[in-house]
Design a protein around this ligand. Structure first.
Ligand SMILES: [Zn+2]
Ligand SMILES: [Zn+2]
Length: 269
């Protein structure tokens, strides 16, 4: 048996100021967010990662840096099921994403906190939202994805209010890998949330030199005080986390390697 096939690999793609993450397991393929509306990079990235079909495509919320390339993805791959928060935007980008979903033949679901699904050997627990608030970011679909003993948490662009709700509802939030909410914005990653997740590594997706200043210094300082290493797609390019269900390794496009338990990063040429 090819050992690589017994693993789950998470690819935090470098897609500029947006989000697109692939979870490629031995028997399931999940894509969380679809990159920016003004780029065309996600399908080639998924193809180069070996994706042939997608079991679950999640659009965490209707902003154009998260659902931008829904049409291209749904055109290029057979997608079994699509999840969206249920918030609807008046933008053309959202309309196109919804139209592409409806005409693709994929099943469609608006997940709510507390649901959980086993997709092949991966467990998907829905952390958020419990109900819609009308605030696109704060109603982002949040999920905890686990493979064996290793878990990853994704919260889209959820901000502090949503983080407090996830804690208050008593979800198991602990995870080795946390994708920092809202591209590392100071409006997310509260100390309480970071303590609840207790990640060994934090990863954010942001574009180099983006106009929002993501990731914000406050968040980076908070993580540094907690001793949590941070990797970002702006500095490291695409970040790849591979786990066999008990250990994990991280490799990035620009040469930083890290293995669990976290050690000093090893810089390779
Ligand atoms: Zn965003
Ligand atoms: Zn957003």
């Amino acid at each position: 048996v090819d050992p690589a096939r017994r693993a789950l690999t998470a690819y935090f793609f470098d897609v500029g100021q947006g989000d697109a993450t692939l979870l490629a397991g031995p028997d399931c393929t999940i894509v969380i967010d679809a990159g920016r509306h003004d780029r065309n990079d996600v399908v080639p990235l998924l193809r180069s990662a070996g994706v042939q079909s997608i079991d679950l495509l999640i659009g965490t919320h209707p902003h154009a840096d998260h659902i931008g390339q829904f049409p291209q993805i749904l055109e290029a791959f057979a997608v079994r099921e699509v999840w969206m928060s249920g918030e609807s935007h008046t933008s053309r980008t959202f309309e196109r994403a919804l139209d592409a979903t409806l005409s693709s033949g994929a099943a469609y679901h608006e997940p709510r906190a507390g649901e959980s699904y086993r997709i092949g050997s991966v467990l998907v627990e829905v952390l958020h939202p419990a109900e819609l608030s009308g605030d696109f970011n704060d109603s982002s679909v949040g999920v905890r994805i686990s493979f064996g003993q290793v878990a990853l948490v994704f919260t889209g662009d959820a901000e502090r209010h949503a983080e407090h709700q996830m804690i208050a509802r008593g979800h198991a939030l602990s995870a080795q890998i946390l994708q920092l909410g809202h591209h590392g914005s100071r409006t997310s990653s509260t100390p309480e949330f970071l303590h609840a997740v207790r990640p060994e590594v934090a990863i954010y997706s942001a574009g180099e030199g983006n106009s929002y200043g993501h990731p914000h210094d406050e968040v980076l300082q908070r993580l540094s005080q907690m001793g949590i290493p941070v990797l970002g797609t702006d500095r490291h390019g695409t970040i790849r986390v591979t786990t066999d269900g008990s250990q994990f390794q991280i490799a990035t496009e620009r040469g930083v390697l890290m293995a669990s338990p976290p050690r000093e990063p090893v810089y390779s040429r």
